[in-house]
Write a protein that binds this ligand. Structure first.
Ligand code: SAH
Length: 351
């Protein structure tokens, strides 16, 4: 099959055989990327027009009980300051975000057990009480069903939990023995059962990743049907065992964004900060490859440079207001426009 035939097949069937996916992943950069991106843009515009949704990201704690080998804030890294925002600080970030027009607040952090489900529920309901038209998204790792339920009842709408890799053996090369592939996968299932809009995803070019692992990731996305998918290049952090590994490829990340748009046409797909970190125009390129979400940082500036999952992270200096203007310019530069709405998955939005 020619690349054009494969791109057409993917756009029509929203699926390919494993062999075809492998061929797509391994194809030389160029022709196939243009074909895929063109179809991906068509599909995203069918569902979301030219709108790009912004999510205000509050990185509220860099304290973590886990030891993911790739992550700069993992438990055993002692070479940086830990912080934890207070409830008041988190609410003040949410207020700032709201005033700037954000209608989704994402609360992300390490797995900091200070923030129990009850404490999170209190924060979530406080945000919801003040800003009832705002969606609240959580990204705080693995918990138990009852805990996810408590936070859902408090008003949380969405949950981001990247599966990281759909291959158990690969998962075990990226995480220490105490962490379980099955548990993480089960969390995603439970979150969906509870009623969250769920996001999963993987790093591109993580250590020991092979093309066949990415095929498995795509297969998992097709089966699981998440509302959101977060992907970005792996970027080494100097204080991890993967310090000397290479960063993931930008063109491959872009290609996978297009593929994911085609297999899950209405998915909410961010052009991630990691993509913008490895390439100054990474997020714009991401939008042109089929992404439709950007997640500017709303964290207080004095903690921004402490939430470093990887080296050279961008946007650690600006104020939230500056960020939003910068984002608007970037989005407009590629022909899209910022939509300051909740930006729910089409299945959930009351249009
Ligand atoms: N603790 C939460 C959320 C914070 S980490 C959780 O476990 O879900 C958010 C995401 O950042 C991770 O899922 C991972 O995919 C990504 N990440 C971590 N380290 C990274 C690195 N070195 N390069 C690129 N992405 C990384």
């Amino acid at each position: 099959m020619s690349y054009k035939d494969i791109a057409d097949k993917l756009a029509t069937d929203r699926n390919l055989s494993d062999e075809e996916f492998l061929e797509v992943i391994c194809a030389p950069f160029g022709e196939i990327d243009e074909l895929l991106a063109e179809r991906a843009r068509e599909v995203r515009e069918k569902y979301y027009g030219k709108d790009v949704y912004l999510r205000g990201l509050v990185e509220f704690s860099n304290i973590c009980r886990n030891n993911c080998y790739y992550c700069g804030i993992r438990r055993d890294n002692k070479n940086f300051d830990r912080y934890r925002l207070t409830k008041e600080q988190i609410l003040s970030c949410a207020d700032t975000g709201y005033e700037l027009g954000f209608r989704t607040i994402v609360l992300q952090g390490g797995e900091d057990r200070h923030f129990t489900a009850e404490i999170m529920a209190d924060i979530i309901s406080a945000i919801k009480e003040k800003h009832s038209d705002c969606a609240v998204t959580l990204s705080i790792g693995e918990m138990e069903r009852e805990e996810y339920e408590i936070m859902f009842r408090a008003g949380a709408d969405r949950y981001l939990l990247r599966h990281e890799t759909a291959d158990k053996e690969h998962y075990e090369k990226l995480h220490p023995a105490g962490m379980s592939f099955e548990h993480r996968m089960n969390c995603l299932k439970v979150l969906k059962e509870i009623g969250y809009q769920v996001g999963c995803g993987m790093m591109i070019g993580s250590p020991y990743q092979e093309p066949r692992h990415l095929v498995k990731d795509l297969r998992f996305l097709i089966d699981f049907k998440p509302e959101m998918v977060g992907i970005g290049p792996f970027i080494p952090h100097h204080d991890t065992r993967f310090a000397n590994f290479e960063a993931g490829s930008v063109p491959l990340t872009l290609r996978l964004l297009s593929v994911i748009r085609l297999i899950l046409p209405d998915v909410l797909l961010p052009a991630t900060t990691a993509l913008g970190t490895v390439d100054p125009k990474g997020r714009e390129k991401g939008l042109l490859a089929g992404a439709n979400v950007i997640m500017p940082n709303l964290s207080p500036t004095d903690v921004r440079n402490k939430y470093l999952l990887y080296d050279n992270k961008i946007c650690t200096g600006e104020e939230a207001a500056e960020c939003i203007r910068c984002m608007e310019r970037r989005v407009e530069s590629v022909g899209y426009k910022v939509a300051m709405t909740r930006g729910d998955h089409v299945k959930y939005s009351v249009k």
